[in-house]
Design a protein around this ligand. Structure first.
Ligand code: NAP
Length: 253
């Protein structure tokens, strides 16, 4: 690798924190970037530096990459952070800075599952009330507003931080994963949930709800991911990022 090479890690995920920590530990000069949406986000330990806030679209990111002399960008954002990923891809093309994209695999339906895949959250909001009356929403807080037009169903909205709006018959449950299957089974039973709505986020931290829904025969509305934009290298696991970054840098010595 090139000692001290500058790596910008676009984060906001547990995987992003792990990647930033591993790269900093390997001697890269890491800056970990957050949008600034959550009040107490997970942070990588020093020596990784942290910056918070948007760049100002593609032009702002292009400016940042040049001003900071960034050697490699790692996109470790959430699979549904589509705008940031598109901006990163376009800014890297414009500057010639190579992009490593970490895309964790989506969840796969298994025998016994009752999944309904939908293209977006509006489709989820239309479908979920036709499947049951007590709906568990696990879609984060930003897009809960899509469900506020439904005054009939009872919603339990689980998120790390409170959304601006809740559906008329909505209750908030503030919780941060990872969750166990036992925890999720208790939740589904205690709240008498009969429909689950989730994005196809993938990963182990929040996958237990799918096992619990299967075990209780509960239908799951699964929102499909936006397509990932082009990158120089795409990997699926955090431990694959460091060798990918090293492969894109001129070899020292
Ligand atoms: P988004 O729609 O893709 O991004 C909207 C804007 O927020 C971007 O254009 C960018 O602003 C800024 N931004 C996003 N991620 C950033 C980052 N890591 N560093 C600096 N600026 C960033 O993103 P989102 O869906 O709102 O998600 C925001 C953050 O939450 C992301 O970092 C993502 O990893 C995390 N997150 C998202 C979800 C989800 O379901 N969407 C779930 C868990 C975590 P400018 O155009 O001004 O640069």
């Amino acid at each position: 690798m090139t000692p001290g090479a500058r790596v910008l890690v676009l984060g906001g995920t547990g995987d992003g924190v792990a990647v930033a920590e591993a790269l900093a530990g390997a001697g890269f000069a890491v800056t970990y970037s957050l949008a600034g949406r959550t009040r107490s986000p997970r942070m990588p330990p020093a020596p990784a530096a942290v910056r918070v806030g948007g760049f100002g679209g593609v032009p702002g990111l292009v400016f940042h990459l040049r001003a900071e002399g960034v050697d490699v960008v790692v996109d470790a954002t959430h699979p549904f952070a589509a705008a940031m990923s598109v901006h990163a891809s376009q800014a890297c093309v414009a500057t010639g800075v190579p992009l490593v994209s970490l895309v964790r695999p989506g969840w796969a339906e298994e025998e016994g599952d009752d999944w309904r895949r939908v293209p977006d959250l509006d489709a989820a909001a239309a479908l979920a009330p036709t499947l049951g009356r007590r709906i568990l929403l696990t879609i984060g807080r930003q897009e809960v507003a899509r469900f506020v037009g439904d005054a009939e169903s009872t919603y339990l909205v689980r998120a790390v931080e409170a959304p601006d709006l809740l559906p008329p018959r909505g209750t908030l449950l503030l919780e941060r994963g990872p969750f166990t299957v036992e925890h999720e089974l208790d939740l589904l039973r205690d709240k008498e949930i009969d429909v689950l709505v989730t994005k196809d986020s993938g990963g182990a931290a929040t996958g237990a709800k799918l096992v619990a829904a299967r075990s209780r025969g509960i239908p799951v509305v699964v929102v499909d991911r936006p397509p990932p934009p082009p990158a120089a290298v795409t990997v699926s696991r955090p431990d694959e990022v460091r060798p990918a970054v090293a492969s894109l840098l001129p070899q020292s010595g």
